[in-house]
Design a binder for this molecule. Structure first.
Ligand code: SAM
Length: 402
């Protein structure tokens, strides 16, 4: 069964794939040393260019997008502070987020269809969204990526509790929808370190060397008639309906090394030491509060992107953010030695991204940040960009000596 949203203006998928115009790409700054690209333009024709001309079909291992949420706001930056106002009276407009619901859903759907084509067979996509539109986007993503490829709906705690005046519960979370292209996706199991409290609770015992540990049963559910996990160990058989966790020879080795604890009644259990554990598995409630003084409106938490990139890509994977804003994803990709592509149609976003990427502390692991800067114009309208805006971008490129 496929459940689909029906709304006015919903186009057939094949029309989106074949009729989307391809951007006319111009290089403002070309770097020979890298594949990293920062592209100023509407992401729809630019994504189509990546597919039809760029050679990126099935090449991207990780996509993170943080699109507008249909908030009916215009986001501005005035001097030092990035903020959102519903009527942009002061400040430079960073981007506008005014849509009718059905327009918004189709805007997202069109882009998600193209993004799916770019994803590699081992690829993952994370869509950061709020709970006003997120549940509709979930249904659209089920339609595009398949319900079987849905992995998580992550609740992200985004800020401290606020003293809301309006009736209803305070809103301190948004959501990140995580899908993969197939069930063979890149997954580097992430862990968070144990707190002192966790260690005391989870590893209540202390050995003669002062090391904290706990014990777990040596057997697991399921009976096996053949094999080394159902043979006697020190004359003891696993309880009925269960088998040893490992073969008897390994159990004997553990025992020799003092890794098995015997109870007074002669029941063996395996010792698990706190200092040998990688930490706690990461769950689907994340606390990554956004910066208090962002350089760009709705700038996201760097550590959250670092976690996503470490978990769902590998060295040299391509990471794509098609709504890159101030470039948080690109920065995290760069630090993690991934190749990256960032797209945004706001000039301010592109300038801010260049500034952030070029101002990162240079260290041994990241000697220099190299990337090309491109303009993606719609083929049928090469006059899309104002010449003064292009000049101002060229100045930023010069200023940061790209
Ligand atoms: C929520 S912000 C992204 C913030 C970003 N995650 C960060 O950490 O700075 C959304 C971005 O999408 C961009 N955007 C909106 N519509 C777009 C479109 N059609 N093509 C490209 N970028 C678009 C806006 O200019 C804005 O910078």
């Amino acid at each position: 069964m496929v459940v689909e949203l029906v709304y006015p203006g919903k186009k057939p998928e094949r029309e989106i794939l074949s009729n989307t115009p391809v951007a006319n790409i111009r290089k403002l700054y070309d770097s020979d040393d890298t594949d990293n690209m920062l592209i100023w333009g509407d992401n729809m024709p630019v994504l189509k260019w990546l597919l039809d001309k760029g050679g990126y079909v099935g090449k991207i291992d990780l996509i993170y997008i943080d699109p507008p949420f249909g908030t009916n706001n215009v986001f501005t930056v005035d001097g030092t502070r990035a903020n959102s106002v519903s009527k942009a009276k002061q400040g430079v407009i960073a981007y506008s987020d005014i849509f009718k619901l059905e327009e918004y859903l189709e805007f997202m759907r069109e882009r998600l269809i193209l993004l799916r084509e770019l994803l590699s067979e081992e690829g993952s996509i994370y869509v950061h969204i709020d709970s006003k539109v997120g549940h509709y986007v979930k249904i659209i993503m089920d339609e595009i990526f398949g319900v079987k490829n849905f992995r998580n709906d992550i609740a992200r705690i985004k800020c401290n509790p606020k003293n809301f005046k309006r009736k209803g519960y305070g809103n301190i979370k948004d959501m990140v929808l995580f899908y993969t292209k197939t069930d063979k996706f890149i997954w580097n199991e992430p862990y968070t370190p144990y707190s002192e409290e966790d260690i005391k609770r989870l590893f209540p015992k202390v050995d003669k060397d002062g090391r904290r540990y706990t014990t777990i049963p040596l057997h697991a559910p399921g009976e096996t008639n053949k094999g080394n996990t159902s043979k006697p160990f020190k004359g003891i058989m696993p309880p009925k309906g269960r088998h040893w966790r490992t073969d008897v020879r390994t159990l004997e080795e553990w025992d020799r090394k003092g890794l098995i604890e015997w109870s007074n009644t002669g029941v063996p259990r395996k010792k698990i030491y706190a200092d040998e554990q990688p930490g706690k598995r990461v769950q689907d409630i994340w606390e990554f509060k956004d910066p208090q003084y962002p350089v760009y409106p709705t700038q996201k938490n760097y550590e959250m992107l670092d976690l996503i990139i470490k978990t769902s890509s590998r060295d040299n994977s391509y990471v794509l953010d098609a709504f890159c804003g101030s470039g948080t994803t690109l920065l995290a990709a760069q630090y993690n030695n991934r190749k990256w592509i960032g797209i945004d149609n706001s000039l301010l976003a592109i300038k801010t991204t260049i500034e952030r990427l070029k101002s990162v502390r240079r260290n041994l692991f990241m000697p220099n940040v190299e990337f090309s800067v491109l303009i993606g114009e719609r083929e049928y309208n090469t006059q899309q960009y104002n010449i003064d805006e292009v000049k101002s971008l060229l100045n930023v490129i010069k200023q940061f000596s790209l």
